[in-house]
Design a protein around this ligand. Structure first.
Ligand code: PGA
Length: 249
């Protein structure tokens, strides 16, 4: 059984930044780790910046891709494989981010295949799940999240999912400035933990969706929230470090 609940804060830069920004942000994170920060830190830069982020991150900040192919090689123009990510120094990858699902039509099945490919290649997946506003308002949040999880559990097995990290990111809270309230987030985190717990497993579950330095403490102090996946607020070094500090236990 996986019982690791070390706080983890991850930065999803999306399609933002350049080499200079990457160096500056990562140097600030390395300083934060060297200064005794106890949370685990992972950065998801645009793939083309991975080399410079890995070089600056030393071994104290994890680096990952925002997306990978489920295929290992071949005629897949524009795609990157798990093996390429590993060779470049990545230990992590996001999978199933709502922007990939909504803008690029990624299905639950593709997400599950990518998840399996990541673990087979020795990378840690951060599996993103979450409902849209319409689904929440229709009272379908648990059903949607359960189905997104079940697709991966079915292909990978429950212990594989429990060995990964899950990020609950309500779609309506991503990049909107509207955060789920601590109670709303806690309720879904508890539900996800129960889903895995029913099968004898638990894991780290991060909250994502407009996390910033002002709301992080209230979210991260919920019993089933183990840290955050942070977009906009991860692009400013001081703001992100304040979020990281809110995750310390
Ligand atoms: P946000 O993005 O913090 O800008 O809402 C979070 C995410 O998409 O992972």
């Amino acid at each position: 059984m996986n019982n690791d609940r070390t706080p983890l804060v991850a930065a999803n830069w999306k399609m933002n930044g350049d080499r200079a920004m990457a160096r500056q942000l990562v140097n600030a994170l390395v300083e934060c780790v060297n200064g005794g920060c106890s949370a685990e830190l992972v950065v998801f830069p645009p793939a083309i910046l991975v080399d410079s982020v890995v070089a600056a991150a030393a071994s104290c900040v994890g680096v990952g891709l925002q997306n990978v192919s489920q295929h290992s090689s071949g005629a897949f123009t524009g795609e990157l494989s798990v093996g390429m990510a590993a060779e470049a120094g990545c230990r992590w990858s996001l999978v199933g981010h709502s922007e990939r699902r909504a803008l690029y039509g990624e299905t639950d099945l593709q997400v599950a295949a990518k998840f399996v490919a990541l673990q087979a290649g020795g990378l840690n997946p951060v599996l993103c799940v979450g409902e849209t506003l319409e689904q929440r308002e229709a009272g379908h949040t648990e059903q949607v999240v359960a189905a997104q999880l079940a697709a991966v559990v079915q292909l990978a097995g429950v212990s594989a999912v429990a060995a990964a990290v899950i990020a609950y990111e309500p779609v309506w809270a991503i990049g909107t400035g509207v955060t789920a309230s601590p109670d709303q987030a806690q309720a879904v985190h508890k539900f996800i933990r129960q889903q895995l717990g029913e099968q004898g497993q638990t894991t780290r579950i991060l909250y994502g969706g407009s996390v910033n330095a002002s709301n992080a403490k209230a979210l991260f102090s919920q019993p089933d929230i183990d840290g955050g996946l942070v977009g906009g607020a991860s692009l400013d070094a001081q703001e992100f470090i304040n979020v990281v500090n809110a995750a310390e236990r």
